[in-house]
Design a protein around this ligand. Structure first.
Ligand code: ZN
Length: 159
C-alpha cells in the first residue's frame, strides 16, 4: 500500500489494507482530530445529531452534578490558574480605569459638585501649600454631558 500524508500531522503513513480511504495516521492525536472532524461535519449536516448531542450533554450533567466540583478539587492547579488569570484581568481593568482618570483627559475635568477634601497622607508634613486629594463624589449625567462638549473650563493646571 502506498504511503500518504496524514490529514492532521502531515507525516507519511501507510493506510491499513482494509481501509484504503484512511486519511489519518494511527497517532492518538490524529485519531482524536479525525473524530473531531467527523463530529464537526456531522453537526453541520445533521440537525438531529446536534439536538441529540445537546440532550446527551444535559443528561450527562444531570447524572454527574459533582463532576466539575470534583475536578477542581482533584486539579487545584486548574483553579489556581483560573484565579490568577482573573486577578490579572481585574488588574488590567483597574489600570485602564486609572488611565482614563488622567487629568489630561478632556472628558474628565472637575466641575462644580460635591467633593471630599482630605489631607494627602503621603506628602511632606511642612508645606506652605496644602496638598489635598479631591474625590468626585457625584457627577450628574447632565454635568458629564456638559463637560464633554464645553471646552471653556480650564484644566486647573494654571492655578
Ligand atoms: Zn497523523
Amino acid at each position: 500500500m502506498e504511503r500518504k500524508p496524514c490529514a492532521a500531522c502531515r507525516r507519511l503513513f501507510r493506510p491499513r489494507p482494509q481501509n484504503s480511504g484512511q486519511r489519518y495516521c494511527s497517532d492518538s492525536d490524529c485519531q482524536l482530530a479525525r473524530r473531531r472532524q467527523w463530529q464537526k461535519s456531522k453537526r453541520q449536516s445533521d440537525p438531529d445529531y446536534l439536538e441529540n448531542q445537546a440532550k446527551a450533554q444535559r443528561s450527562w450533567t444531570k447524572r454527574n452534578p459533582d463532576y466539575w466540583r470534583q475536578y477542581r478539587q482533584a486539579h487545584p492547579e486548574y483553579e489556581n490558574q483560573n484565579r490568577k488569570q482573573q486577578t490579572e484581568r481585574n488588574a488590567r481593568r483597574q489600570a485602564r480605569k486609572i488611565a482614563k482618570m488622567d487629568s489630561s483627559d478632556p472628558n474628565l475635568r472637575l466641575a462644580s459638585g460635591v467633593y471630599r477634601l482630605s489631607p494627602w497622607p503621603y506628602g511632606i508634613a511642612k508645606m506652605n501649600a496644602w496638598m489635598v486629594e479631591i474625590t468626585v463624589l457625584s457627577y450628574t449625567s447632565d454635568e458629564v454631558r456638559r463637560l464633554q462638549r464645553d471646552d471653556s473650563i480650564g484644566t486647573g493646571e494654571s492655578g
